[in-house]
Ligand binder design. Structure first.
Ligand code: F6R
Length: 264
């Protein structure tokens, strides 16, 4: 299925008829990045996202693996974020999500499937998060970072802020507070907004934007308004996804018609 490409200055945007076709293309891009990394350097380093958006991507990657067409044996993965505090055995943790949807379905080594530890003691949370930036760097950087976009424009849990753009671009991996919209969106999963962990550990804007290639997925009418801001509004820390336009040449946006409906 061919996508139509939007002529938006500073962004490569592919619009698919529906999320299924976009996710098939996204999985294809990730599989290619893995194969190329393994062929060129003996391994690949992939940044992953959770949430509803990438679920069909993981189904597709698992199917490729089952069919014998894709191995994760030489792959390291780093997830964008994790609630804090949370137990890895909590089904709502991103660790449990990744176990269900990818780790448990492919041949990824346990010590290469990295996701922040929601049980790390409070006093060591910042050090734990900062460690991810060093681990990624030590592995030669991310070959590809998969991203979703929050309704408020967050990427990972880098929430909207009034930071200057240059300061926002330097944000490292760290503990952070969740924005009210993020809490609202997680409320159904946790039963009630008051039960959502108020904090999280997130990869920073800097390590995300340092990836050699970035693949952003966003689907549905509820993402239309924020995509218009991120792609056609000012580049601002108030809309973290707009910061992706500072590295436009490395970013591919794959969206569906509904999410594209507010783009002029
Ligand atoms: C998830 C993450 C978040 C989500 C975003 C969109 O690891 O970092 O930024 O990508 O909140 O969530 P969904 O896909 O559920 O709309």
């Amino acid at each position: 299925m061919t996508a139509r490409t939007l002529a938006i200055p500073g962004a490569t945007v592919q619009v698919f008829p529906d999320p299924g076709h976009a996710c098939a293309a996204a999985a294809g891009l990730i599989a290619r990045s893995i194969r190329e990394g393994v062929a060129a350097r003996g391994g690949a380093v992939i940044g992953l996202a959770t949430g509803n958006t990438p679920l069909p991507v993981y189904d597709r990657l698992a199917a490729l693996h089952r069919a014998g067409d894709l191995s994760f044996a030489e792959v390291s993965t780093y997830n964008l974020d994790e609630y804090y505090p949370i137990a890895p055995t909590d089904p709502r943790s991103y660790r449990a999500y990744m176990d269900r949807h990818l780790y448990g379905r492919v041949d990824l080594a346990a010590n290469r499937a990295h996701i922040f530890d929601g049980t790390v003691p409070e006093a060591f949370a910042a050090e734990h998060a900062a460690g991810f930036d060093r681990w990624i760097e030590a592995e030669g950087g991310l070959d590809l970072q998969l991203l979703g976009v929050g309704r408020n424009g967050h990427i990972g849990f880098n929430e909207p802020s009034d930071l200057r753009v240059d300061a926002a671009l330097r944000l490292p991996s760290r503990p952070t507070g969740l924005h009210p919209t993020t809490v609202e969106d997680a409320a159904a999963e946790f039963g009630d907004a008051t039960l959502v962990p108020p904090r999280a550990l997130t990869l920073g804007v800097a390590p995300i934007l340092a990836a050699r290639s970035i693949l952003v997925l966003a689907f549905g009418a509820k993402k239309a308004e924020i995509l218009a801001s991120a792609l056609q509004g000012p580049v601002t820390a108030g809309v973290p996804a707009s910061l992706l336009r500072t590295v436009a040449g490395r970013v591919t946006w794959m969206i569906d018609e509904a999410a594209a409906s507010r783009l002029g």
